[in-house]
Design a protein around this ligand. Structure first.
Ligand SMILES: Nc1ncnc2c1ncn2[C@@H]1O[C@H](COP(=O)(O)OP(=O)(O)O)[C@@H](O)[C@H]1O
Ligand SMILES: [Mg+2]
Length: 376
């Protein structure tokens, strides 16, 4: 095949772009052109004719974050602030729609991925609805069809009515566990929230330390500040464990197939690596799941199939205690930053890292299909 010109929308110089560019070069493809998210957000999008456009994460860049959340947070802006995710979501999805329009208007150019699917993955309520409709197992969620949660008093009331005593409360557009609370109601009105949120002077900062709040006034203040950005509330799945640490899995699905898996374990209910989570033992997880391991991968592939135009997704799989039942916690549009992790033995990406696997899939695809807008 003729190597096509590639454009990557991302943060110039970050690890994601470096890893993808290395994988492209190794496969004999030309060096991808970078379209900075910063430019896209400022309305400057001019894809080259004939280019294939890959969208990468807008995350982990202060300038981009400030463009997205700055107007909502005003002088209180700091990269650690938790609030403002609804504005972040509107900014990202609006930019992706403009990108798609610019690509459609450029002869021979093609967008990998689909703005509507990315938008759905960036909204945990939408993801949950889509997975539920496809009968993919998900934790039972608090029904918000009658109206979004207004704050702590409303949440407390609705949880009591639903008989839910142990839940995860997550900002609908959260990532990296920012603003996520594991909430449990004990006997005698006791309450405990486990979270990395730090409540300081009435505003929320994301910290690297997971702490516990037991004072209802503090929990109320946190939830009241999170609610305006939208919340997803779901049953807390008691997760499987490795060496006494809670465990879940990140499974990467490339072109419909589960290619990579990593176990994440933590002493806290949040397994995200920056919060003290660590890679666990995949062999032990495979052994513990036993004959159910293929089913676990199939669940991830079914979750990915709900986003058929996405070339890659990262599925967070929550195995219940005992490793025999599984729930999909979320689906990440940019869940492939797992440097050095090679594909599952015997799978389609054995020996390849997540970026090499995506380039290989891209090459298979461009040799067999013509770009959509090259059609007569
Ligand atoms: N319903 C749940 N039950 C148990 N653990 C959960 C649940 N939802 C999320 N978690 C845990 O919380 C962490 C963050 O949740 P996730 O939905 O992946 O949000 P984020 O987008 O912030 O990564 C993960 O470690 C996950 O295992
Ligand atoms: Mg996650």
């Amino acid at each position: 095949m003729i190597p096509r010109h590639l454009t990557v929308v991302g943060i110039p110089g970050n690890r994601r772009l470096t890893l993808f560019a290395a994988a492209a070069r190794a496969a004999g493809l030309p060096e991808p052109t970078v379209l900075p998210w910063r430019d896209l957000l400022r309305g400057d999008v001019r894809p080259a004719p004939g280019t294939l456009v890959r969208v990468d994460s807008p995350g982990e860049d202060e300038e981009v974050d400030r463009l997205l959340r700055g107007p909502a947070l005003g002088v209180g802006y700091a990269p650690t602030r938790v609030e403002g995710t609804a504005a972040w979501y509107r900014g990202v999805t609006g930019a992706l729609d403009r990108l798609a329009a610019a690509v459609r208007a450029t002869p021979g150019a093609e967008l990998l991925g689909d703005p509507a699917e990315i938008a759905a993955m960036f909204d945990k309520r939408a993801t949950h609805r889509i997975l539920t409709a496809a009968r993919v197992p998900v934790p039972a969620a608090l029904d918000q069809s009658a109206g979004p949660l207004l704050g702590w008093a409303d949440l407390r009331e609705r949880l009591a009515a639903a008989g839910l005593r142990r839940v995860f409360v997550k900002p609908a557009h959260a990532s990296s566990a920012s603003g996520v609370l594991a909430l449990e109601f004990g006997p005698h009105g006791r309450l405990q929230a486990t979270t990395s949120v730090e409540l300081t002077a009435g505003v929320l900062h994301n910290s690297l330390r997971v702490r516990r709040y037991r004072d209802e006034r503090e929990v109320a203040a946190i939830v009241d500040r999170l609610a305006p950005d939208g919340l997803q509330v779901e049953r807390w799945i008691p997760k499987a464990a490795q060496h006494g640490r809670a465990a879940d899995l990140r499974v990467v699905v490339v072109a419909g197939r589960a290619t990579h898996a990593v176990v994440r374990t933590s002493r806290s209910p949040m397994t995200n690596l920056h919060l003290g989570g660590a890679r666990g033992d995949l062999g032990a997880a495979v052994a513990a799941a036993g004959p159910r391991w293929p089913e676990l991968l199939a669940v991830c592939e079914r979750a990915a199939a709900c986003f058929p135009h996405s070339p890659m997704v990262g599925v967070d799989l929550l195995p219940a205690t005992g490793w025999q039942r599984f729930h999909v916690g979320e689906v990440n549009a940019f869940g492939d930053l797992l440097p050095g992790l090679t594909g599952l033995p015997g799978g389609p990406a054995e020996g390849l890292d997540t970026h090499q696997a995506q380039v290989a899939a891209l090459l298979r695809r461009t040799t067999t299909t013509a770009p959509r807008n090259d059609a007569p």
